[in-house]
Design a protein around this ligand. Structure first.
Ligand SMILES: [Zn+2]
Ligand SMILES: [Zn+2]
Ligand SMILES: [Zn+2]
Length: 162
C-alpha cells in the first residue's frame, strides 16, 4: 500500500532549512505565474515569515514579525495576505491550532492529512489516497456533499521520540 501514500512533507530534524525556504519561494513564484496571481510584496513577506520554520505560526505572530522587520501594515492587510496565500494553496491553515504552515507542494492534489507533533510543533503533510477515498465513499453513502475535509492528527513525532 506504500505506493498510495505520498509524504509531501516528511519529518526532518537537522537539515539545511535555507534550501526549503528558497525552494518554497521559487515554487510560490512559479505557481502564482501559472495561476495568474500576483505575489505582491506583502504577500511575499508573509510567505517568508511562515517559511522561516516548519512549525505553524498564528496570524498575530505573523503581524508582529512584519512589524519587527520594520513594516507597519494595517492588520486587515496582513490578514488578507494570509487569506490569499491560503486560497492559492501556498500555505495551509491548521484549524486545530488556528495557525498557518507553508505548503511544500502547492501543485499537489491536496487531499491531505496533517500530523502535528504536540511536543515540538512540527507539522507534516501527508497525502494518502486511501484516506481520501474512504471519506469520499462515506459521503456518497450519506448523500453528503463534502467540502475540503480537515484531517489533523495530534501526537509525538519521530524526532521527539528518539
Ligand atoms: Zn526545512
Ligand atoms: Zn499542501
Ligand atoms: Zn516533535
Amino acid at each position: 500500500m506504500t505506493d498510495k501514500k505520498n509524504v509531501i512533507s516528511p519529518f526532518h530534524g537537522e537539515h539545511d532549512h535555507s534550501h526549503c525556504e528558497t525552494q518554497a519561494l521559487e515554487s510560490a513564484v512559479a505557481e502564482c505565474a501559472k495561476q495568474g496571481l500576483r505575489l505582491t510584496k506583502i504577500r511575499r513577506q508573509v510567505l517568508e515569515i511562515i517559511w522561516a520554520q516548519h512549525n505553524p505560526i498564528g496570524a498575530y505572530d505573523v503581524l508582529q514579525k512584519l512589524q519587527e522587520a520594520g513594516h507597519k501594515p494595517a492588520p486587515p492587510t496582513a490578514y488578507r495576505a494570509l487569506d490569499f496565500l491560503v486560497s492559492a494553496k501556498l500555505i495551509h491553515r491548521v484549524e486545530s491550532l488556528n495557525a498557518y504552515i507553508g505548503c511544500p507542494s502547492p501543485n499537489a492534489s491536496h487531499q491531505c492529512q496533517f500530523y502535528i507533533c504536540t511536543d515540538c510543533g512540527h507539522v507534516a503533510e501527508v497525502s494518502n489516497s486511501a484516506v481520501s477515498d474512504a471519506l469520499a465513499a462515506g459521503a456518497t453513502e450519506l448523500g453528503f456533499i463534502s467540502q475540503q475535509p480537515v484531517i489533523e492528527v495530534h501526537g509525538v513525532c519521530k524526532n521527539c521520540l528518539d
